[in-house]
Design a protein around this ligand. Structure first.
Ligand code: NAD
Length: 489
């Protein structure tokens, strides 16, 4: 299992490796991957910089043809890749198939966009002159990602970046390297020229070398707010464009007039799907006091029935958490929660049978959580839900907004006026009405405000704002010098 540089599989120049381990069974070692250094990054960036000279000149719809073929190959390899992904990061096969489907959708969407990539024209303020603007590729893009969506999240960045005519050096998380290599195999088979897409495995050392490299012109990052802010600070000093998709602490509000069954299904999926390890996971539940007690009773009853297990086994509904470090972090937050509020479900590891060999944590629910509590404010990134009681719509909104993050949000209500008020009032990049906080679609803008993002949006047409620069063009066919703002006034 190697790095992928210039369409060649290569070990790290350092000879170092790390083990990729199945979080459902720590005795299952998937393979050793390169623990890369700046030397490897230099080789990948050189290849990408060389390839850019040609790739930027390939007509955009022809680049799109390659992406469409990649979508076809992702489709053909979907089942096999889902097995690989579940084995290395734990979520159930149903979810890993959904992860790949997002890449398929993104591939076809990006391919279609290569026939648009619209610029715009505007009338000139002078005679015999035309004004227009074009989207131009930027160069080598450094893509650094987390492990919870090993194919979908990289695809949101890589495929539009390539569609726009850039080349890419991709550093996946060291918790999901195998999926990244299959990503490379698929782009290779689809016909991408050498050097256009490169994969460097490793940890912060390799990630940081990508950020530092002078030929990397754009950094696209998905990960924790802590790391993202450090990368942004460095990109500020180096004057590099940087797009950040960071942490979340997403609230689902349930009002007194909500369809309770629908809202319970929503929170079960939002809070415990992907073992709560989604940037958009529902980690705060804000309940109107009129329905609070019944809601908590019915939610807890339903959550007790969730089946934990190896995501590859039929019947498993929730897999393990990603690794020992994350398991211990979640357990320490559960201890903090016990000091702050009241645990009504879970709160411990599941060590039953084979699960003793993995990092399983039972779905956990805290009630009586107040906005100043740490379990309300801080991203835990595990199957832990905080429930807060409120007495009005205004209080629900104030509580939902009392948070450093601003990625996703949701409100369950049958009152259409209240739903529209919530769309206006909730501070978040995404708001769902009568649906959980998760469920992004490839052709819509995706991203957050406050501590979650830095103003960019992946997904949809907005991602092209990250991976292109505007070129403004004036064509003067008057045959004489026309001085803007001088001769025409
Ligand atoms: P992380 O920040 O620890 O790591 C993310 C990536 O950055 C990894 O590839 C890592 O190796 C690399 N990295 C770490 N330090 C670096 C440095 N100094 N310079 C360059 N690269 C560095 O995050 P994680 O624990 O892997 O992922 C979980 C986090 O990701 C959560 O906070 C979650 O909310 C967030 N996330 C956000 C989104 C989103 O779209 N907003 C999506 C998925 C995950």
């Amino acid at each position: 299992m190697n790095n992928f540089i210039d369409n060649t599989w290569l070990p790290s120049e350092t000879g170092r490796t790390f083990d990729n381990v199945n979080p459902a069974d720590i005795n299952d070692v998937i393979g050793a991957f390169p623990l890369s250094s700046a030397l490897d990054v230099n080789a990948a960036v050189s290849a990408a910089a060389r390839a850019f000279a040609e790739w930027r000149l390939v007509p955009a719809p022809k680049r799109g043809d390659i992406l469409r073929r990649a979508g076809d190959i992702f489709t053909r390899r979907k089942d096999e890749l889902a097995e690989v992904m579940t084995r290395e990061m734990g979520k159930t096969i149903t979810e890993t198939k959904g992860d790949i489907q997002e890449a398929i959708d993104t591939a076809y969407y990006a391919a279609t966009e290569t026939r648009r990539l619209f610029g715009y024209t505007a009338p000139s303020e002078m005679s015999n002159k035309m004004n227009m603007s074009f989207r131009m590729p930027i160069g080598v893009c450094g893509i650094i990602t987390a492990w919870n969506f090993p194919i979908a999240v990289p695809s949101w960045k890589i495929l539009p970046a390539l569609a726009a005519g850039n080349t890419v050096v991709f550093k996946p998380s060291d918790d999901s390297p195998h999926s990244a290599n299959i990503f490379a195999e698929i782009l290779l088979e689809a016909g991408l020229p050498a050097g256009v897409f490169n994969v460097i495995h490793g940890d912060a050392e390799a990630g940081s070398a990508i950020v530092e490299h002078p030929d990397v012109r754009v950094v696209g990052f998905t990960g924790s707010t802590h790391t993202g802010k450090a990368i942004a600070a460095r990109c500020g000093q180096l004057n590099k464009k940087v797009s950040l998709e960071m942490g979340g602490k997403n609230a689902q509000i349930v009002m007194d007039d909500a369809d309770m069954d629908l809202a319970i299904d929503g929170v079960l999926w939002g809070a415990f799907g992907t073992t709560g390890q989604r940037c958009t996971a529902t980690s705060r539940l804000i309940l109107h006091e009129a329905i609070h007690d019944e809601f908590v009773r019915r939610l807890t009853e339903a959550a007790t029935k969730i089946v934990l297990g190896d995501g590859r086994k039929p019947g498993s509904q929730v897999g393990p958490v990603i690794n020992e470090r994350q398991r211990e972090k979640i357990l320490s937050y559960i201890e903090i929660g016990r000091q702050e509020a009241r645990c009504v479900l879970g709160g411990e590891r599941d060590m039953d049978g084979d699960k003793a060999r993995g990092h399983f944590i039972k779905p956990t629910i805290f009630v009586d959580v107040k906005p100043h509590h740490r379990i309300f404010q801080e991203e835990i990134f595990g199957p832990v839900l905080s429930v807060t009681k409120v007495s009005s719509y205004q209080e629900a909104i104030a509580v939902a907004n009392d948070c450093q993050y601003g990625l996703s949000s949701s409100i369950y209500t049958r009152d259409v006026s209240r739903a529209f008020a919530a769309i206006r009032d909730i501070e978040a990049g995404i708001t769902y009405i009568n649906a959980p906080t998760i469920g992004a679609e490839a052709h819509m803008p995706f991203g957050g405000i406050k501590g979650t993002g830095n103003g960019h949006r992946e997904g949809g047409w907005t991602v092209f704002d990250i991976f292109t620069e505007w070129k403004t063009v004036y064509v003067d066919y008057s045959g004489h010098l026309q001085r803007a703002q001088i001769d025409n006034y």
